[in-house]
Design a protein around this ligand. Sequence first.
Ligand code: ITT
Length: 199
Amino acid sequence: MECLYLVTGNENKYKEASEILSEYGIKLCMANIDKLEIQSPRLEDIALFAARIAFFQLKKPLIVDDSGLFINSLKGFPGPYSSYVYKTIGYEGILKLMSDKDNRRACFKTVAVLVYPPIEKIFVGETCGYITNSPRGSGGFGFDPIFVPEGYNQTYAEMGIEEKNTISHRGKAFRKLGLWLAKNLPGFKGNNPGSNITI
Ligand code: ITT
């Protein structure tokens, strides 16, 4: 069996996803190749298209994870534009946009697409909570310092990776993926002889 690749340039995402899939005995490798991202309001469309194109390049079983933060009072912004917004105005910019908003509700969503022809499967995970008034914590990545999941007091950035994984959007999507693989492709462990790829 070959390695199961996560196509991403984001090492934090890779670490989170590999920890989750390791619970199912699956070894994930990282393929840091350019992802082609179409514009769409739906993460499902963006991830599926990127995964199909990546498979043409890699020709190996792979996953693409497309995630976003959807803020209610900003009508779902930054949503599918989260990567661009993070690189440009960052979470500080989001806090400024929200300075006069009382409704702080927001949801993180992950869409993980598995492509292993003829298999194409989409797994979705969502965790809702609220946006803080100021950043807290030094762990995690991206918008973690300004997001508190429902039922908790800590931001994702104040939790360890293990705790974040138990409740996070990515945790939910990848556990569904791990369960599906265990049930439908029990021999697939993706554990050799793969290695990480950078193109
Ligand atoms: P790849 O496309 O290379 O996988 P990316 O970082 O651009 O990496 P996404 O497009 O899926 O990944 O994510 C969009 C942005 O949303 C990302 O840049 C982060 O800032 C943020 N994000 C995604 N998952 C997150 C998480 O678990 N915690 C905090 N922020 C997250």
